[in-house]
Design a protein around this ligand. Structure first.
Ligand code: FAD
Length: 470
């Protein structure tokens, strides 16, 4: 046992986008902070999630654009080949490593003590760390923030073996592009990676148990996505169940009528959801309660049932998003410092990096109606946006939802080129309580994709005026 460090104001367990942001904010507020991480700084997001997936997606996009630019006069003599070992090396050293090194610098600048090892509670005011380079260290703390994230679900009907049947972490680390790639689960991780590998040259099949890809997403958006998937040659099997693992290079898939087919695959990604992760943390020794699904319940200041212990990010919330984890981290740090910060998740945007991209924020028309608004929807197609045509990306649309009576902007759903960037404008407008008219009055640079938002807002205002004149 190493020495006991006493008097630490805040111990943060886990250095993902929740934990490292919480640690930095707490230190900025003058608290003495220790951050414990058993793997690389940056957590799932930087090392095995958001960042590596977007790196592969952008390489896939580039290859696909070059290979499919003949209508714009781009002639490829032979075929464009991908040196995937080089792609992976670039992803690791030029993207991930740079970012994780950046996190280390941020922690140093904020004077956060970083401890590499696995933490476990020994009671409600102390924990023990199994240090990565041997031995243990003990810490006592005034406050703790649990930010241990989530892990992929390993379903008994299709066990992950880590070789040919992998989770997202495994699929992001393939050493070669699989010739035949089957994805079990049509959620955002499965669809994003399915499209990326299809563009890199795999023959891709996505098997989804429900009747729609990206369950829960506005079906209008999915129609556009399905058309694009067909054009990319991705096979989508809906209301279908894969089971029994990869047997002799084949996967058994059963449809809703009980018809069975065997699909050939070299690699299988099992992506059927993620679960909160707190194994070995000995939460019970600190008295921290978990719910029946394993999440740690928290109040609006991210406090658990033990008032000086907080939980943030994937470990406490089924909406698992990096920017939400970071926002929760800031709230927890500020609450510990005695500020009045509290969670307000009305304006957390969601982005899915499919082709075309999908983004949404706030309320859909149906959600707005449920909340008692009188929603009016306006939609503007990218086919009428000049910049989209210049990019050869005219599929998709912007949909804005506004309240007839108050004129308030309530939400947006979009599919199309770079909507991952466009959603920021609507998010800010929502956060500031903007009216549809505010968006319509804001000059938007020409020619840009953001004119899709302007046009949707203008047509919303125009429709309301017209209805008023009748
Ligand atoms: P994590 O990032 O999971 O970090 C938790 C950390 O805690 C880990 O580093 C872990 O090693 C450490 N830890 C756990 N237990 C202990 C312990 N006992 N002691 C010490 N350390 C411990 N989200 C988005 O918003 N946008 C995206 O585009 C996106 N893409 C994704 C793509 C993929 C393939 C995946 C898998 C996820 C993606 N996500 C995305 C989700 C995002 O990665 C998570 O929501 C986010 O990482 C959660 O942050 P967190 O801080 O809660 O936990």
């Amino acid at each position: 046992m190493g020495s006991i460090k006493t008097g630490t104001d805040v111990v943060v367990i886990g250095a993902g986008p929740g934990g490292y942001v919480a640690a930095q904010r707490a230190a900025q507020l003058g608290l003495d902070v220790t951050l414990v991480e058993s793997e690389e700084l940056g957590g799932t997001c930087l090392n095995h999630g958001c960042i590596p997936s977007k790196a592969l997606i952008s390489v896939g996009d580039l290859v696909h654009k070059v290979n499919n630019g003949s209508d714009r006069g781009i002639v490829v003599k032979g075929s464009v080949e991908v040196d995937f070992a080089k792609t992976q090396e670039w992803k690791q050293s030029k993207v991930i490593k740079r970012l994780t090194t950046g996190v280390a610098s941020l922690m140093k600048a904020a004077q956060v003590e970083v401890v590499k090892g696995r933490a476990r509670f020994t009671d409600a005011h102390s924990l023990e760390v199994e240090l990565n380079d041997g031995g243990t260290a003990a810490y006592s703390f005034k406050h703790a923030i649990i930010a241990t994230g989530s892990r992929a679900i390993n379903p008994p009907f299709f066990p992950i073996d880590g070789e040919n049947v992998v989770d997202a972490r495994g699929a992001l680390a393939f050493t070669a592009v699989p010739a035949r790639f089957l994805v079990v689960g049509g959620g955002y991780i499965g669809v994003e990676l399915g499209i990326a590998y299809a563009k890199l040259g795999s023959k891709v099949t996505i098997v989804e148990a429900t009747g729609q890809l990206l369950p829960g997403t506005d079906p209008d958006l999915i129609n556009v996505l399905m058309r694009r998937l067909r054009r990319l040659g991705v096979t989508v099997l809906l209301n279908a169940k894969a089971s029994g693992g990869l047997q002799n290079g084949k996967v058994r898939v059963e449809d809703a009528e009980g018809k069975v087919q065997e699909i050939e695959a070299d690699k299988v990604l099992v992506s059927v959801g993620r679960r909160p992760y707190h194994e070995g943390l000995q939460l019970e020794k600190a008295g921290v309660r978990v719910d029946e699904k394993g999440f740690i319940p928290v109040d609006e200041q991210m406090r658990t049932n033990v008032s000086h212990i907080y939980a943030i990010g994937d470990v406490c919330s089924p909406v698992m998003l990096a920017h939400k984890a970071s926002a929760q981290g800031r709230v927890a740090a500020e609450a510990i410092a005695g500020l009045k910060s509290a969670a307000d998740w009305q304006t957390v945007p969601a982005v899915i990096f499919t082709d075309p991209e999908i983004a949404y924020v706030g309320l859909t028309e149906a959600q707005a109606r449920e909340k008692g608004y009188d929603p009016v929807v306006s939609r503007y197609n990218f086919a009428a946006v000049g910049r989209a045509l210049t990019m050869g990306e005219s599929d998709g649309f912007v949909k804005l939802v506004g309240d007839r009576k108050s004129g308030l902007l309530l939400g947006a759903q979009m599919i199309g080129p770079e909507v991952s960037e466009l959603i920021g404008e609507v998010t800010l407008a929502l956060e500031m309580g903007a009216l549809m008219e505010d968006v319509a009055l804001t000059p938007h640079y020409h020619p840009t994709l953001s004119e899709g938002i302007l046009e949707a807002a203008l047509s919303w205002v125009h429709d309301i005026e017209k209805a008023g004149r009748k």
